[in-house]
Design a protein around this ligand. Structure first.
Ligand SMILES: Cc1ncc(COP(=O)(O)O)c(C=O)c1O
Length: 448
């Protein structure tokens, strides 16, 4: 008799209950390889169930490879696990939010939370209603992304970034970092130069792909890339110093890339948020055969949409596309379909205009509060500004902000060998009142 008990009041079907219990007997070592099980008829009689129940359970476990039916002889255990290896890893803690905030922190003044205009909510909902009634493409569809979206993106990149593109040159990605993940395996072996200070996710992604990160200075002209196979840069708005890469430096970097047979990876994350002049054109315009262009919806829409776009020189484009096809990589269709509506309805243009107005008003407020205590690292643009300060002062200000309920990033966390210190103050994801409170806490600490 097998030590199993079936519960008729449970919602779980009897064959599944029986299969689960026999599986557990094998996993815990109660049943071992070669043990013979009672016949399905005998077991059904023992348990007081129909023979269909025991047959279904035996069939299931046979299909899974735990049991084997030997003709004319019976059913035997074929696989054994020792009790020690049968224990599944257990999460012991309660579920947590991905980045738990320090106690009392209510708002983040970070660089990754854009302003979202509540007046744009109806248009946002309309886009998702449209997704809900649209028919998804059958199968995996085009690994380059939705054709209509690529057409809309090509039109927009031409208009806003001076990039004249055929829709087939665009690969829709799940964001900037996804684009980088797609590119890295296609580059020849060698280190990747990443700005210092620079985008932490880019440096970490390069390391994750088993490549060395070399530090690319951001305030000097780069005329030699050494043995780097790529240089990751943010020319329109250096992250996090805010500087625009001057035209001459762009040309020098491209020349260095040509000599090193390297590519320039242009992370064009927030170039539309200039409030003094028109956005600086994309560096990719200067040499489409040398620059891999990465765009994102993280700043103009929301980061959680997980959408971006990649434009690579033809040889790399082909390699990336081939691998994305084989590995089923690509952006989720609902997000793509929603972005298509947001672009088509002019929602994205309105969102950018409205966020730009808010940032244009907040950036000078931050500057007015910070200028007496710190040095601005670059021109005012985008949704954050960076202030150079000794590390001890930066930490004191950061701690005071934290006590007041605000989380602010230290510049030192973006720096590697450059050793730059200060504060990176984001102002997209807070209200005006919260920004004033945070600034009061920061300047209070700096004054002390
Ligand atoms: C420099 C930089 N690039 C790109 C991104 C966006 O990355 P993703 O599109 O992967 O969300 C961010 C987001 O904060 C960023 O700061």
């Amino acid at each position: 008799m097998l030590p199993v008990t079936l519960d008729r009041t449970s919602g779980e079907p009897l064959p599944a209950q029986l299969a689960g219990q026999v599986r557990a007997l094998v996993l815990t070592g109660t049943l071992g390889t070669g043990d013979r099980l009672p016949s399905s008829r005998a077991l059904a009689a023992d348990l007081g169930v129909s023979r269909a129940v025991t047959e279904q359970a035996y069939d299931q476990l046979t299909a899974e490879g735990w049991l084997e039916a030997r003709r004319g002889s019976g059913t035997y255990v074929t696989a054994t696990r020792t009790p020690t290896t049968a224990v599944a890893p257990q999460m012991t803690s309660r579920p947590t939010r991905p980045t738990p905030r320090p106690t009392g922190v209510t708002s983040r003044l970070d660089t990754g939370t854009p302003f979202f205009d509540p007046r744009l909510e109806p248009g946002w909902r309309r886009a998702w209603r449209e997704v809900s009634v649209a028919t998804p493409p059958p199968g995996y569809d085009d690994p380059r992304g939705l054709l209509e979206l690529r057409e809309a993106l090509a039109a927009r990149l031409g208009r806003t970034r001076g990039l004249e593109l055929h829709p087939d040159e665009i690969l829709v990605t799940a964001g900037t970092t996804d684009g980088l993940r797609a590119l890295l395996p296609e580059l020849r072996p060698g280190p990747v130069a990443v700005e210092d200070p620079g985008y932490r996710a880019a440096a970490e992604t390069v390391l994750t792909y088993g490549r060395e990160v070399v530090d690319l200075p951001v305030v000097e002209t780069v005329s030699d890339l050494g043995d780097a196979v790529a240089a990751y840069v943010t020319p329109a708005h250096q992250h996090p110093l805010g500087r625009v890469m001057p035209a001459a430096d762009r040309l020098t970097l491209l020349e260095a890339a040509r000599r090193a047979d390297a590519v320039v990876i242009e992370d064009d994350y927030d170039s539309e948020f200039r409030y003094d002049v028109a956005p600086v054109p994309a560096m990719a315009r200067l040499d489409r055969g040398r620059v891999v262009y990465l765009g994102t919806a993280a700043k103009s829409v929301v980061p959680t949409l997980r959408l971006g776009w990649l434009v690579a020189p033809p040889d790399l484009h082909e390699l990336i596309l081939r691998r994305r096809t084989i590995t089923h990589a690509g952006a989720a269709w609902p997000s793509q379909r929603a972005l298509l509506t947001l672009l088509r309805d002019g929602w994205l243009d309105r969102a950018v205009r409205s966020a730009r107005r808010v940032y244009a008003e907040r950036a000078p407020r931050v500057a007015e509060a910070m200028t007496p205590y710190a040095t601005l690292a670059g021109p005012l643009a985008g949704m954050y500004s960076t202030w150079l300060l000794p590390e001890t002062d930066a930490r004191r200000a950061r701690d005071a902000a934290r006590t007041a309920g605000f989380e602010i990033n230290l510049l030192s966390t973006y720096a590697r060998s450059s050793g730059l210190t200060g504060l990176v103050i984001g102002f997209g994801g807070v209200t005006d009142a919260e920004l004033d409170q945070a600034l009061a806490a920061i300047t209070g600490a700096l004054r002390a």
